[in-house]
Design a binder for this molecule. Structure first.
Ligand code: ACO
Length: 434
């Protein structure tokens, strides 16, 4: 991390004007930052930045994102290349270990994921306790947290083997838990993982096979699932990843930290948006299909309505993931011979929004969630499983970020400050006198 000069800040301290110097740090892609860590100690001031709109919370070598140019790279490799050439398992290795695996490394990693796919038989009983209406994200987060109960030994983050085991368990078992929570919701028997199948094929089999008849795994579907999971695999310091880091900074274990990330992802402004997009498109259809009416509604601040799947905190250009998903969407629907009227509504909505000055001025483009739900529908996933699919895809990113943070000796517990705006010292009033 290069240090490149300093910024001078002049401000009143105790009635006297004081000038201090703060170091400027520059990332490998020339992103400049003012390091304010010493600001309070030098001046008594803190920085106020609600929602971290302008705050870099960490240094990280995992993912590079340029929201203005619409660039996304994992460990330097463009997302477009990974989407075209890699698999989800290989990309997971890349994110977590920092380089593309050689053949032996990939085989070992894949074997690890195959070996750890079963969940403890007792954990199956947990599923019985949930109502059939339970949202699979509620089940997923609690089951992932429960893994801490089955593997309670602390993981020494400096011990490569212990780390590998924890990572393998998590990546492999979340896939099984996700499929089991779906089976529970539709009242079908659980389908156990099969060791002869690849990561994505195994997941599809657990989701859609039934004991009564064989399930044909379509390689085209396996390929698009790989693509979708790769595109979701990391996105630097978003809401859920920051949650994983914050929780993990207290030295909470990997399962607990990721369970917290899953809950952050669930929110409709984050990963939950993919479910909301489909529900919005269905609502537009039920209403007669007038997309302009909904664009107008989204522009009306009083309505409280937003175009779901539009806008992003950091992308002020077309989300590169949405671009790839849109293309894949056309390919998959054509291949499966599906004509989904929601795709037509989505396209018309996008067209109407992208030529509307409200969306143009605010640089609001479709994000990753806008078209992903349409593919998942075509593949047979129910709407309430979309965010679970996002979580499955995001696992390598959460793990890589948790690992990076734990390996950094300078990591401290995350603990923002605040500016207090409440009462000044106030005497306690006895209840009889209130
Ligand atoms: N529809 C209508 N207006 C919008 C939308 C939208 N989807 N998104 C942003 N705006 C408007 C805001 O009202 C605001 O307008 P103003 O300047 O007149 O006040 C302006 O655009 C900037 O929006 P902010 O809310 O300040 O942007 P922020 O970075 O805080 O929010 C977010 C980003 C949460 C993604 C937002 O765009 C949104 O709510 N989108 C819909 C939900 C969604 O798709 N979430 C998924 C994001 S991708 C992901 O997490 C995986």
């Amino acid at each position: 991390m290069a240090e490149s000069g300093s910024a001078k800040l002049t401000l009143p301290v105790g009635g006297i004007e004081k000038t201090i110097e703060l170091p400027i740090r520059v990332g490998t892609e020339n992103e400049p930052a003012i390091d304010i860590a010493s600001l309070r100690a030098k001046t008594g001031y803190v920085a106020l930045d609600p929602a971290f709109v302008n705050t870099a919370s960490t240094l990280s070598g995992i993912t590079f994102l340029d929201g203005e140019k619409g660039i996304l790279r994992y460990r330097g490799i463009p997302i477009e290349e990974l989407g075209a050439k890699s698999t989800f398992v290989e990309t997971a290795f890349l994110l977590i270990y920092g380089h593309l695996p050689n053949k032996a490394e990939l085989d070992r990693f894949s074997l690890m994921l195959t070996r750890h796919s079963l969940i403890h038989e007792d954990m199956k009983k947990f599923f019985e306790g949930y109502p059939s209406t339970a949202h699979p994200m509620a089940i997923l987060s609690s089951m992932v947290c429960s893994l801490s109960a089955y593997y309670p030994d602390p993981v020494d983050t400096n011990d490569a083997e212990q780390m590998e085991m924890a990572i393998g368990r998590l990546l492999s078992k979340v896939r099984t838990i996700a499929a089991f929570s779906y089976k529970k919701s539709i009242g079908q028997p659980f389908v156990y993982p099969k060791n002869n199948l690849s990561y994505c094929a195994n997941f599809l089999n657990m989701m859609f096979a039934v004991p009564a008849e064989p399930y044909e795994i379509d390689p085209e579907i396996v390929s698009v699932l790989n693509l979708l999971l790769i595109l979701h695999a990391d996105h630097e310091q978003n809401c859920s990843t920051s949650t994983v880091r914050l929780v993990g900074s207290s030295k909470a274990n990997l399962f607990a930290s990721v369970a917290a990330g899953i809950l952050a992802l669930w929110g409709p402004l984050h990963g939950g948006a993919n479910q909301e997009v489909i529900e919005m498109l269905e609502a537009i259809q039920r209403d007669g299909g007038d997309v302009q009416k909904f664009v107008n509604l989204a522009k009306d601040k009083e309505s409280g309505f937003r175009l779901m799947g539009f806008g992003h905190r950091v992308y002020k250009n077309y989300d590169p993931r949405a671009k790839l998903i849109k293309t894949a969407c056309d390919r998959v629907l054509a291949k499966l011979g599906i004509s989904d009227p929601l795709l037509d509504t989505a396209r018309r909505l996008e067209e109407a929004a992208l030529k509307d000055p409200y969306f143009v001025d605010r640089k609001l483009y479709p994000n990753v969630d806008f078209y992903s739900g349409i593919i998942y529908r075509a593949l047979g996933f129910p709407t309430n499983m979309f965010t679970v699919m996002f979580a499955l895809g995001r696992l390598p990113g959460w793990i890589a970020q948790w690992k990076e943070m734990n390996e950094d000796r300078s990591t401290k517990i995350g603990r923002p400050r605040q500016i207090y705006t409440g009462n000044l010292v106030t005497p306690y009033v006895d209840i009889a006198s209130r």
